[in-house]
Design a protein around this ligand. Structure first.
Ligand SMILES: Cc1cc2nc3c(=O)[nH]c(=O)nc-3n(C[C@H](O)[C@H](O)[C@H](O)COP(=O)(O)OP(=O)(O)OC[C@H]3O[C@@H](n4cnc5c(N)ncnc54)[C@H](O)[C@@H]3O)c2cc1C
Length: 389
């Protein structure tokens, strides 16, 4: 049974909403928390995420968030080694002009080290030497070419996750401490009750016909910024929704293959060992899309744009990019995630992480919980949470 009143309602059970619910139950184990999603958990942007964590941030706040989240995921993985979070070696390719910026945005813990080539892969039975700037492609690091003057940097601390599977794991852990309401849409968020009185609570009208009263509400709607229930509330944030496209490249990654980030283009190649293919992410520039309309897969324009971008780095691979993942994400005007108190602080918005919602989710959750004025005591590991339940 869902209580008619809860201390905190978290709306949206993607990676951000799950982390928020986890943070709240960790800080106040006896708080009542309801986590609602109009779909099953993790099926929004989180399901399509490439899930790469690069240890970097464009501003001091984002670097702080990246550092915090990297530690959080590290402790989570240490406490539950079976979680679908995988360390991956990573190189960053940049023009010489980008070097100062590179040193600024990457965390100290990334230990950026200049190398002349992509380091050799672990022996695996497949021949392949290092890829040198200007050299023709080699079969390792699969066919990647660099401009003559490109600088290549080795970077520590990268990881990637199967974000959908991670959300399933996190919600499995949450169930004893929070009430999950899947396929329950929130249709209205009102600070004034249906009887016209302001009781200090927030009323959520649900698609099931129920009304849930909450002391505090966290909105973690991913790209559903324009949902009728909160469109007016979140409009002042100025966040927008951009299409995000990644190509799947039908080539099996080899053991030791590394992620390669093309700094100047904001693109990356990621070996998805668990899935048996590579992924190429590039900067798509289609704005103001509707997540409910992102159902038709790759368009001819997407394929042209993605392959065009990939051809510059790995021409042989471009033609093998025959499938992909297509969705969208919320972007803030500042380039930093939005974690903001709305409606006298009774409602908190958490998201708009600019295509970095996986890697920054733990820090977004901590900031959201701070705004709810809950005691700051986040035990990171699943083991610690388990032992409290
Ligand atoms: C192709 C792609 C690649 C990406 N790659 C990366 C990457 O490499 N690294 C990285 O860090 N990030 C990446 N991202 C971004 C990242 O996936 C998102 O920022 C993150 O998943 C957002 O999580 P969220 O919980 O805010 O949103 P979501 O996962 O979208 O969750 C929001 C939830 O709200 C629910 N909801 C909506 N409306 C209602 C309603 N009315 N009532 C109840 N529930 C509702 C939805 O059903 C949904 O489950 C990528 C995104 C895409 C699309």
């Amino acid at each position: 049974m869902t209580p008619a009143r809860t201390d905190v309602a978290v709306v949206g059970a993607g990676i951000v909403g799950c982390m928020v619910a986890r943070e709240i139950t960790a800080r106040i184990p006896d708080a009542s928390v309801v986590l609602l999603d109009r779909d099953t958990v993790g099926t929004g942007a989180s399901r399509r995420s490439a899930g790469l964590h690069c240890p970097r941030g464009s501003t001091e706040r984002v670097r702080r968030m990246a550092r915090y989240s990297q530690d959080y995921y590290g402790e989570l993985k240490a406490g539950a080694p079976g979680l679908p979070i995988h360390e991956v070696p990573m190189s960053v390719v940049a023009s010489p002009a980008s070097a100062p910026r590179l040193r600024e945005v990457y965390l100290d813990s990334a230990e950026l080290t200049r190398t002349d080539h992509l380091p050799d892969r672990a022996p695996s039975g497949h021949p392949g030497g290092p890829g040198n700037p200007g050299d023709p492609a080699h079969p390792g690091h699969p066919g990647i070419r660099f401009p003559e003057d490109a600088e290549i940097w080795d970077c520590q601390g990268a990881q990637y996750a199967d974000v959908y599977a991670l959300v399933q794991e996190l919600t499995r852990e949450l169930r004893p401490r929070a009430t999950l309401r899947e396929c329950v849409r929130v249709d209205a968020v009102n600070t004034v009750g249906h009887n016209g009185r302001d009781t200090g609570d927030v009323e959520l009208r649900l698609g099931t016909g129920e009304t849930l009263t909450a002391g505090r509400v966290v909105l973690a709607p991913g790209p559903w910024l324009a949902a009728p229930a909160w469109r007016g509330l979140v409009a002042p944030l100025g966040a927008r929704v951009k299409k995000v496209v990644a190509l799947h490249i039908e080539q099996v990654p080899d053991r030791g293959d590394r992620a390669v980030v093309f700094q100047d283009e904001d693109a990356f190649l990621l070996p998805l060992h668990a899935l048996g293919h590579w992924l190429f992410s590039y900067t798509c520039t289609t704005w103001d899309v509707d997540p409910d309309e992102m159902v038709d897969g790759l368009s001819p324009h997407d394929v042209d744009e993605a392959r065009g971008s990939l051809r510059r780095h790995a021409p042989e691979l471009a033609e093998r990019g025959v499938s992909g993942r297509v969705f969208c994400d919320a972007y803030s005007p500042t380039g930093e995630p939005e974690v903001r108190a709305l409606e006298d602080g009774r409602v908190v918005f958490a998201g708009a992480a600019n295509g970095s919602g996986y890697r920054l989710a733990p820090a977004i959750a901590a900031e959201a919980a701070d705004l709810l004025h809950l005691p700051p005591k986040p035990p990171h590991t699943m083991e610690k949470q388990r032992s409290q339940s």
